[in-house]
Design a protein around this ligand. Structure first.
Ligand SMILES: Cc1ncc(COP(=O)(O)O)c(C=O)c1O
Length: 393
């Protein structure tokens, strides 16, 4: 038995099988290049589902993380810490938001957003029925009972009854349906600018404009789930910039820590002062080691030249994907791309790519690519060549 097989057996014997996993034990890497336990190399177009934003083991990031670990690894939220303070100051300044809440994952960031929208509504209107949050059909907001409930996909609404009430699902880009869904029980609208897990589908500008117009008219919270689209993934710091809007609440996770667990809920204006002592918390929230890594991500992204380069690489990546055989069309923004295929399933291509040293993802029926923002042109070419061979068969 090789090393990888040993690891896989040990893992499966001791970890619940809640994931459909592939037979790959990744052990080390550099940039968009990974290596398994037996030394086989891979080009990674998945970056841990958009999480290793600077690639594997970025030197500056790794130094910052280890330096902080040597200084102090955790500070409870009874106290303050300079690394978390700097991180929050920089992230709110960069995103033009006022205050944030620190959590550890996308689901936790979205839980916080839902709590803020509901509490703000109650604080202002005193109506215990003004609690409904409109979300979109085909959305994905997380795996906790409440964020599963917020997720507008029926197949997630199983087994774990009862789900949190107070969500209403509207088809994306259907303006009449959105208008019809609003009544006096609604307090907010939550959406992804590009539905990631739902198939890499960007919202239409007109629909986004209508969300914001209706929110203004009815005094509703606008909540953008940028867990996947945020932090340079779409070649802008936030996907909201593509649409020219400023949501009241923005959630971020995935790429924010460069591969360390963090989720934040950013707020603007009156939404920044809704949570008061005792109304919300998270033991690990604002962890200084995680924030030290996050600060390196922020400093990289605050360089305009870096984001310009991401945009150029994204354009090249997209054109290369579009030129592949059997690719019908490519959707998405920046380095968040989905390819619809003809005559072959994305799942089969993913398996063949893995055998040939390339890691890709799927989303619904599409082949999905979320490479690290630091992927090189050479790696893009090499990965595309593997896909070309597979898709030519
Ligand atoms: C848009 C969006 N929201 C929320 C989540 C949940 O994030 P996490 O798995 O970190 O809880 C995801 C994860 O894929 C996501 O893509």
């Amino acid at each position: 038995m090789n090393q990888s097989q040993e690891i896989i057996e040990q893992y499966n014997a001791a970890v619940v099988s809640s994931y459909g996993r592939l037979n790959l034990a990744l052990e080390s890497g550099s940039g968009a290049g990974g290596q398994d336990a037996d030394g086989k190399r891979y080009i990674d177009f998945g970056s841990g589902i958009g999480t290793n934003s600077l690639g594997y083991a970025d030197a500056e990031w790794a130094d910052a993380v280890s330096e902080q670990a040597h200084k102090m690894q955790h500070v409870s939220n009874y106290y303050y810490n300079s690394t978390a303070a700097q991180f929050a100051a920089k992230l709110t300044a960069m995103t033009g938001t006022d205050k944030l809440f620190f959590g550890n994952s996308g689901a936790e960031a979205n839980e916080c957003a839902i709590k803020i929208a509901r509490k703000r509504s109650f604080d202002k209107y005193g109506d215990p029925n003004r609690t409904t949050i409109i979300t979109l059909v085909n959305s994905f907001h997380g795996r906790t009972v409440t964020t599963l409930s917020a997720t507008g996909q029926e197949h997630f609404h199983n087994y774990f009854f009862p789900f949190t009430p107070g969500f209403r699902y509207v088809e994306a880009n259907n303006i009449p349906a959105l208008r019809e869904a609003i009544d006096d029980t609604v307090c907010g609208i939550m959406f992804e600018f590009v539905q990631g897990e739902g198939g890499v589908i960007p919202l239409e500008q007109g629909f986004v404009d209508e969300i914001f117009a209706l929110a203004k008219q009815h005094d509703l919270a606008t909540i953008s789930d940028e867990v996947q689209t945020g932090m340079g993934r779409t070649a802008k710091l936030l996907a909201a910039e593509h649409y020219g809007v400023k949501p009241d609440i923005v959630t971020l996770a995935k790429g924010l820590g460069g591969g360390l667990p963090i989720g934040v809920c950013l707020t603007r204006g009156e939404y920044a002062n809704v949570l008061t002592p005792g109304t919300h918390g998270s033991t690990f929230g604002g962890n200084p080691v995680v924030c030290a890594g996050g600060l390196v991500v922020l400093s990289r992204l605050s360089d305009e030249a870096f984001l310009r380069e991401v945009a150029e690489k994204a354009d090249y990546f997209r054109k290369s994907l579009e030129a592949l055989p059997r690719v019908k069309n490519v959707s998405g923004l920046g380095l968040m791309l989905g390819a619809e295929l003809d005559g072959v399933t994305a799942a089969d291509v993913l398996k063949a790519a893995l055998e040939n040293g390339l890691l890709v993802l799927t989303a619904k029926t599409k082949l999905r690519c979320l490479p690290p923002l630091t992927v090189t042109y050479e790696q893009i070419d090499a990965g595309m060549e593997i896909l070309r061979r597979i898709l030519s068969e």
